[in-house]
Design a protein around this ligand. Structure first.
Ligand code: PNS
Length: 163
């Protein structure tokens, strides 16, 4: 069985993430959306909330499951018996960071292959951080995240003040 991980902080999961996960699910027998604790990034949503949102938005994909993890990605991949790590690649700015992680993970465990899936044009400049910023300013995030995530962001930041 070919099993792939799609790791990330998913703070929160966006439509861009969902696009990559859906395409990975067409290529592998099983995909594990691996939600990193990423405590150093001081996430807006707790690990349990990020995991629950990722589960809700991928519930329709039968060969996808969502698991939280803390610690090293290569250790988690071994624990899950996954051979491949899938990352989405957006604009050129992603390359340096993603290549660094792929190279380090390859050094740490030669048995794990990192593969990249290009983001489609409409999600090229989408990131969880811009979604959080738009939501914090009470902007409309409906174009960028699935409806349950938009609701969670609205609850987190409250309704826009009337002036
Ligand atoms: O969505 P993100 O925050 O860009 O995802 C980054 C993530 C979670 C994939 C990366 O930080 C990671 O793999 N974290 C686990 C800890 C680890 O293995 N660090 C060493 C990577 S070389």
């Amino acid at each position: 069985m070919k099993r792939a991980l799609t790791p990330g902080t998913f703070d929160p999961i966006t439509s861009g993430h969902l696009d990559i996960i859906t395409r990975a699910a067409q290529l592998f027998d099983e995909v594990i959306v691996s939600v990193a604790a990423s405590a150093g990034k001081n996430p807006l949503f707790a690990l349990g909330e990020r995991t629950a949102l990722a589960r809700e938005v991928t519930a329709h994909l039968p060969n996808v499951r969502v698991e939280p993890f803390s610690g090293m990605l290569v250790d988690f991949a071994r624990q899950m018996d996954a051979q491949v790590v899938i990352k989405g690649l957006r604009a050129i700015t992603d390359f340096e960071y993603e290549f660094q992680m792929a190279a380090l993970n390859e050094q740490l465990d030669r048995g794990i292959e990192t593969m990249f899936i290009m983001s489609p044009p409409q999600y090229m400049y989408l990131s969880s951080s811009v979604v959080r910023e738009i939501a914090s300013l009470h902007g409309d995030v409906d174009l960028f995240v699935p409806p349950v995530v938009a609701d969670a962001l609205r609850r987190r930041f409250g309704a826009a003040e009337q002036s």
